[in-house]
Design a protein around this ligand. Structure first.
Ligand code: 5GP
Length: 293
């Protein structure tokens, strides 16, 4: 390369580095919204396009190396990628992730997550809330398991096949998801949660522990409520008494429950499910607190 060209190239590289540093500063100081930066990066000539995804995420509060690496793995994006070089699905997943954290219009979504060990009665408490407190919005999960008698598509779950679930995952449509009891997949569709947030409403998610942890990671302001059994013996009785699972499945669920019980400490609130109406009333009280301005 002739000397003059080399000097020009060096100058251009320095200017690009400065422009990138300026984008990072603006992101860090809140002058530029991360969603805007992502949009801008679709133009290959923009300074945002040359920002690495790692640098981009590290402008988020509390995003150190470990959390950034974990997030990129979850989003299936190589840490070396630049924003301008993202594939369309990667871009959609990163956008969805950013939107979860800051909300569509900068309003953080308000979520209450109800989780707890298997057979503790999460479903029963959630159903009680649905019947007695119709103003509370519930998230309807997608699942690959078949409907049980009486369950309606779109009300209790969206019953989907494996292919549809894969498609939802790839398109970044799920806020969180998990394989529960080593068998079927369950996930929370992101759209309704963000729409509720846009209306200033809190939405209730009744999900398993793995899902609750994902929500905590992506939406630190979500309120996590742990539903606990009055005692271990009571939990075993409920698990066996339900009679909807065979022997092997019951053993598997008990094993899961043991691990799950130990997780109560990770939650913001614990409600003991001694009586369903009382537990439901307490849950509604917590949701209303979240709704209060
Ligand atoms: P069931 O098949 O008995 O309706 O639900 C089994 C488990 O899946 C329950 O512990 C329930 O909380 C959990 N679950 C239901 N929907 C979701 C979801 O969208 N995400 C996650 N992570 N777990 C879910």
């Amino acid at each position: 390369m002739p000397q003059v060209d080399r000097i020009a190239a060096n100058r251009a590289a320095i200017a690009a580095r400065r422009a990138r540093a300026e984008v990072k500063r603006k992101l860090r100081e809140g002058e530029l919204s991360p969603l805007r930066a992502l949009d801008a990066s679709a133009d290959p000539d923009s300074p945002a396009a040359s920002l690495r995804v790692t640098e981009f995420l590290q402008t988020f509060p509390s995003f150190g190396e470990v959390k950034t690496a974990r997030t990129l793995e979850q989003l299936e994006i190589s840490p070396r990628k630049r924003l301008g070089g993202l594939g369309s699905r990667q871009r959609a997943r990163l956008q969805a992730f950013v939107r979860d954290r800051i909300g569509a219009d900068g309003v953080a979504p308000r979520l209450t997550v109800l989780a707890g060990p298997t057979a503790v009665g999460k479903g029963t408490v959630a159903a009680y809330v649905r019947d007695h407190y119709p103003e509370i919005k519930h998230s309807v999960s997608a699942t690959t398991r078949a409907p049980r008698p009486g369950e309606q598509h779109g009300r209790h779950y969206y019953f989907v096949d494996d292919e549809s679930f894969d498609r939802m995952l790839a398109a970044g449509e799920l806020l969180e998801w998990a394989t529960v009891h080593n068998s079927y997949r369950y996930g929370t569709p992101r759209g309704p949660v963000l729409e509720a947030a846009g209306r200033g409403e809190t939405i209730l998610l009744e999900i398993d522990l793995q899902g609750a942890r994902q929500v905590r990671a992506s939406m630190p302001e979500a309120r996590l409520v742990f539903l606990a059994p009055p005692s271990w013996d009571e939990l075993v009785k409920r698990l066996v008494g339900r009679g909807t699972e065979d022997e092997a499945e019951r053993a598997r669920r008990l094993e899961t429950a043991k691990v799950e019980l130990a997780a109560a400490d990770e939650f913001d609130e614990v409600i003991v499910n001694d009586e369903v109406p009382r537990a439901a009333a307490r849950l509604v009280e917590l949701i209303r607190q979240a709704d209060a301005p």
